[in-house]
Design a protein around this ligand. Structure first.
Ligand code: AVI
Length: 320
């Protein structure tokens, strides 16, 4: 019998262990109501985010792709050879293709994502396009400890595009960067996309698009709670509100209650005063120096940074 050797391998790195119901209730019971932005991404939410990335006002995705395309050879040589490329939150593995084109000698690519089915499907597609590459798909929450398969390359580089780091709170950002620095020892590198501080009008427009897609993305969270946690939010009674908070250096997204109301979630009740908000996301923006200082404090040495000509988005290469 002929054996067909596959270049894609599947691994379970860790099992996600969050209890959405208690996490959401805790957030809604705190003095300033919050819900983690990670809950945006059900099927509909992921589709809406995909639509956001194509909006005229939402510059980050397009600008990052421009930088990746323009500087991929420099990035590839900074990363070096005999290195396994590990991607955190790989999704459809779309952006990494640009980098892979500049890394013909790369032997191992390790996409890591929490959404197992989508990960395995994307890894399979990529492994067919790049038959020389060993693709080790690892299903895991990369913000927690996870098991990595045995790799043959002598060092690792992490690819973390999309400015997802901007959605972490300062303490989460520090934990994540320190954990990643440990993971990369010895001698590894981190190529990370970071959105930059800029004209407030540009920032505000990016999160208040004229087609109202970001508003739908925000309110879809309530649909998810209705469906998955048996809540009874009326989407007409909440309003999308996003603005740049200059002092905090972040976009804040909120859902504003349009009236006094009591919401049932499963067997529990949460009351809202008119004008009270649920803070659903922060998206921090950084100057180059700010981000390099944070990275240094977490054990990295900044090696190189690439930006677009408007200085809107940055890609940093940091080493441990
Ligand atoms: C995924 N993340 C980097 C996006 C951002 O810009 O912070 C999420 C997003 N929220 C509203 N629009 C896009």
């Amino acid at each position: 019998m002929k054996t067909i050797k596959s270049n894609v391998h599947y691994h379970v790195g860790n099992e996600p262990e969050t209890d959405m119901y208690s996490e959401v209730l805790n957030g809604l019971r705190s003095e300033h109501k919050t819900i983690s932005p990670k809950y945006f991404y059900d099927k509909k939410g992921s589709e809406l985010f995909e639509a956001i990335t194509m909006l005229a006002e939402y510059y980050p995705t397009r600008t990052e792709l421009f930088i990746l395309n323009k500087y991929r050879d420099e990035m590839a040589s900074a990363i070096g050879t005999d290195t396994a490329l590990v991607e955190f939150g790989s999704g459809s593995s779309e952006k990494v293709r640009t980098l892979l084109e500049a890394m013909p000698d790369l032997k191992e690519y390790v996409p890591i994502d929490i959404s197992k089915d989508f990960l395995y499907q994307s890894a399979r597609a990529l492994s067919i396009e790049y038959p020389h590459l060993h693709v080790h798909a690892v299903s895991a929450d990369y913000t927690e400890k996870f098991e990595l398969p045995k790799l043959t390359s002598s060092r690792k580089a992490v690819f973390f595009p999309g400015s997802t780091i901007g959605n972490f709170e300062p303490h989460e950002r520090v934990n994540f960067l320190k954990m990643t620095a440990d993971f990369l020892k010895p001698n590894g590198g981190l190529l990370i996309g970071v959105d930059m501080k800029k004209d407030h009008a540009v920032l505000n427009a990016a999160y208040n698009d004229s087609k109202g897609i970001t508003s739908q993305f925000n309110t879809n969270l309530l649909n998810r709670l209705n469906r998955e946690l048996l809540a009874d939010f009326n989407l007409e009674h909440f309003h999308h509100h996003a603005f740049y908070h200059a002092e905090k250096g972040r976009i804040e997204m909120h859902l504003v209650s349009l009236k006094n109301q009591t919401i049932t979630i499963g067997s529990e009740h949460v009351t809202f005063a008119e004008g009270e908000t649920i803070q659903t996301e922060n998206s921090y923006k950084f100057t180059i120096e700010e981000f390099q200082d944070i990275a240094r404090d977490c054990g990295f040495t900044p090696k190189k940074v690439w930006v677009d000509e408007k200085n809107w988005f940055s890609m940093h290469y940091l080493m441990v």
